[in-house]
Design a protein around this ligand. Structure first.
Ligand SMILES: Nc1nc2c(ncn2[C@@H]2O[C@H](COP(=O)(O)OP(=O)(O)O)[C@@H](O)[C@H]2O)c(=O)[nH]1
Ligand SMILES: [Mg+2]
Ligand SMILES: [Zn+2]
Length: 382
């Protein structure tokens, strides 16, 4: 056990907490699995490391009571506060406002996180200790506590929950007019995930220079009509970058979207001096994923911060209850009450007011199709 020993004298301030441990958690197998996750991505896409295990029935078996030091006067006095900038394998880079510390995560905290489903992730506000005298490496911090979050973007990754980012106000959902071609359904998935995580979606159509037939602008307009903030940009010519800057200013944002749409290029264009790695289109289309591989938080000189994320090819939103999807298709909402069946899913039912609205041209057929596809297969993006 990692927990507790060194702080034996402070038990008075502790609180008893029931924690469920994974079976065989003390065996080497688990550690190996944990470490392996740092180097593998399971679902054939760029993936962050600090995914957490979703509890499967029978997967977790043992419960123990542990002491958690949660009395601020006793146990937090020695703790530092910081923000997680990036996750690197088993380490979190934590910025305390002055410098960046490589921190590990208290194992008992990880175990609690499995239960509470809140792993340490980019954007988290954390409290950490800097090694005590008994520690071998004094420069290494240990995250002891994660502050409650607002605005988080979560997805499913295999059997795990992957919290891509925490504590952001808005998600800039980037798509591109070409190379790669826009995937409207992926936009809708990101919108659902953002809204479910209490993040405001903004739709950005990048590589607008490749929009030869105006179809990308048309797609963007579809979202503008729904009331979303939209912008069309070209990272190479600077078109729309001023608007992007204004959107980012003094806000906490995450930039999401498929690999190769130009997320990193846009941020480089928006913030002078920023040099995020970008990929060449040629390499991008092959196997190369040599660019952004994990999410990273960047403080902006213009105010606020932004999290650049690796391209995620598909976005499994099965964490969001299916019955919530209708509420995240804003143009459906006014019709829902008129469906014949109160539990209408707007798929197979007759006398469905949403379907009627599609037929009347009040709802764009592509949005409706997207809804049905996502409803039927929340885990798969075609
Ligand atoms: N034509 C064009 N290419 C762009 C634009 N923005 C980015 N690119 C190119 O698209 C490729 C992928 O960009 P990158 O920023 O790495 O995409 P990311 O994976 O979303 O971060 C790079 O070769 C960029 O030079 C744009 O507005 N127009
Ligand atoms: Mg990138
Ligand atoms: Zn209906």
């Amino acid at each position: 056990m990692v927990m507790g020993k060194k702080k034996g004298g402070k038990k008075k301030g502790g609180k008893k907490v029931r924690v469920t441990f994974r079976r065989n958690r003390s065996s080497k197998v688990r550690d190996k699995t944990w470490t392996d996750q740092a180097h593998q991505s399971q679902d054939n896409e760029v993936d962050a490391v600090e995914s957490e295990q979703v509890r499967a029935k029978g997967d977790l078996s043992r419960q123990r009571t542990i002491i958690v030091h949660d009395d601020p006067t006793l146990s937090r006095a020695h703790l530092h506060t910081g923000t997680v900038l990036a996750m690197r394998g088993l380490y979190a880079d934590v910025d305390d406002g002055q410098q960046i510390h490589a921190c590990t995560i208290r194992r008992v905290l990880r175990t609690q996180q499995i239960e509470e489903r809140n792993p340490v992730t980019v954007g988290d506000r954390v409290r950490f200790s800097m090694g005590s005298s008994g520690d071998v490496d004094l420069r290494e911090g240990v995250i002891e506590h994660v502050e409650p979050r607002h605005g988080q973007l979560r997805r499913k990754s295999g059997r795990r929950i992957h919290t891509v980012v925490a504590n952001v106000d808005q998600a800039i959902i980037v798509t591109s007019a070409g190379q790669p071609a826009p995937k409207p359904q992926l936009i809708d998935r990101y919108i659902i995930a953002a809204l479910a995580g209490e993040i405001a979606p903004i739709i950005c159509m990048n590589k607008i220079d490749l929009d030869v037939d105006g179809r990308a602008e048309e797609l963007l307009l579809r979202y503008a009509h729904l009331g979303y903030d939209t912008l069309s940009t070209c990272a190479t010519t600077g078109q729309g970058i001023e608007k992007l800057r204004n959107l980012l200013k003094d806000k906490e944002s995450v930039v999401v979207g498929q690999s190769g749409v130009g997320k990193s290029s846009l941020l480089n264009a928006a913030e002078s001096g920023l040099t995020l790695r970008t990929s060449s289109v040629g390499i991008q289309n092959q196997k190369g994923r040599h660019t952004t591989t994990t999410a990273s938080l960047i403080r902006l000189k213009l105010g606020g911060y932004v999290v650049d994320t690796p391209g995620i090819r598909s976005f499994d939103i099965s964490l969001v209850p299916r019955s919530d999807y209708e509420a995240h298709f804003v143009e459906f909402v006014e019709h829902i009450a008129n469906c014949r069946y109160p539990d209408c899913t707007h798929t197979h039912e007759d006398e469905c007011a949403v379907k009627a609205a599609v037929a009347q041209g009040l709802i764009h057929p592509a949005r409706y199709e997207s809804y049905v596809d996502i409803f039927e297969e929340p885990g798969i993006t075609p």
